[in-house]
Ligand binder design. Structure first.
Ligand SMILES: *Cc1c(COP(=O)(O)O)cnc(C)c1O
Length: 339
């Protein structure tokens, strides 16, 4: 099967498996796992923050960040289609009593800072306390510019808000911008990065921030059940992901660009214009085609995410140029038959 549903479907490399087998480990809840400690030191250094924490997933990493920034009855401002708001089971509200205040993403994945300003609550017993602004980079594969991030930082400081980045795919953003992870992470008080997406680790995310922030986040990781024991077997793979995985991302972006260009030439579908900035391609077609297209692809050995909204194709390290060609040919055969 050629799997383009997500960049989370990759299998750990032989190098990772070897590093996992040989990892030096200890009980990380006691802070005794040397490989986890090394990963956290490397992540803090690469992202340019004081400290880092290794967590089982991006969802937990964002949740722990929200629980650390906000108290019960506080509020965070977030994009209407952001992962933290829409795709994490309402965890911050369910588990932290933290109210989300959604604001519509603009066409480029930015939140209008004027609109954000308009929903910040005054200090009044009627209102939740607005504490935090949460941004996402990449947002549905779209890169958020350094200048926008810098203006969000100035804005947050002026309004006394903390600033969190859901940087699940910030490696892709940095690669597309030709910048370091540190440059993209710099404006934020905290940043969450997934190691198990384009970077290729089997499991894990890192959260970075100041030393006191990470100390408090470590407490919330334990409270939410994310304290792991001999987690060095996972951190060993994550260490490879953070360096080799990051350097390899431009290949995924080049394949996504090829995929987008070739699919766009097919009658009956269009590629969302300007959205293929990293490793994602978004397709639009008649609503009724969604399920049939996914089924046709599956029957011909290609897995994609498709429904009435359209389709999303994601490139990753287990794909080759031949896989991309095959995917285009299978999708073309569907639309040739459908027309
Ligand atoms: C995948 C993703 C997450 C969550 O990561 P999991 O490891 O799947 O829990 C958070 N934010 C964004 C933008 C994501 O794409």
């Amino acid at each position: 099967m050629i799997d383009l549903r997500s960049d989370t479907v990759t299998k750990p490399s032989q190098l990772m498996r070897k590093a996992m087998a040989e990892a030096e480990v200890g009980d990380d809840v006691y802070g005794d796992d040397p490989t986890v400690n090394r990963l956290q030191a490397v992540a803090a250094e690469r992202l340019g923050h004081e400290a880092a924490l290794f967590l089982p997933s991006g969802t937990q990493s964002n949740l722990v960040a929200l629980l650390t920034h906000c108290q019960r009855g506080d509020e965070y401002i977030v994009g209407h289609d952001a992962h933290t708001y829409k795709y994490e089971g309402g965890g911050a509200a369910a588990l932290g009593g933290i109210q989300p205040q959604p604001v519509a993403f603009q066409d480029n994945g930015e939140l209008s800072l004027d609109e954000v300003a308009s929903v910040i609550k005054a200090d009044d017993v009627h209102f939740a306390r607005t504490r935090l602004l949460c941004l996402e980079n990449t947002q549905h594969g779209r890169v958020q510019s350094l200048s926008y991030m810098a203006s969000a930082k100035t804005f947050a400081t002026k309004h006394n808000l903390a600033l969190h980045l859901d940087g699940a795919r910030m490696g892709n953003a940095a690669a597309a911008l030709g910048l370091s992870l540190e440059a993209v992470a710099a404006p934020f008080d905290s940043v969450s990065l997934c190691l198990s997406k384009g970077l290729g680790a089997p499991v894990g995310s890192v959260l970075v921030g100041s030393k006191p922030f990470i100390q408090e986040a470590t407490r919330w990781r334990k409270v939410t059940g994310g304290g792991m024991r001999q987690a060095g077997v996972l951190a060993a793979a994550a260490l490879i992901a953070i360096d080799e995985g990051f350097n390899r991302l431009p290949e995924d972006h080049a394949r996504a660009a090829t995929l987008a260009a070739q699919l766009n030439a097919i009658d009956g579908l269009s590629v969302r214009d300007g959205w293929t900035q990293t490793n994602m391609v978004w397709l639009e077609f008649k609503k009724s085609h969604g399920e049939a297209l996914a089924a046709h692809c599956k029957q011909h050995g290609v897995l994609i995410s498709a429904s009435t909204y359209g389709a999303r194709l994601v490139t990753h390290l287990d794909l080759t140029d031949e896989h991309i060609e095959e995917c285009v040919s299978v999708i073309r055969s569907f639309f040739n038959a459908a027309l």
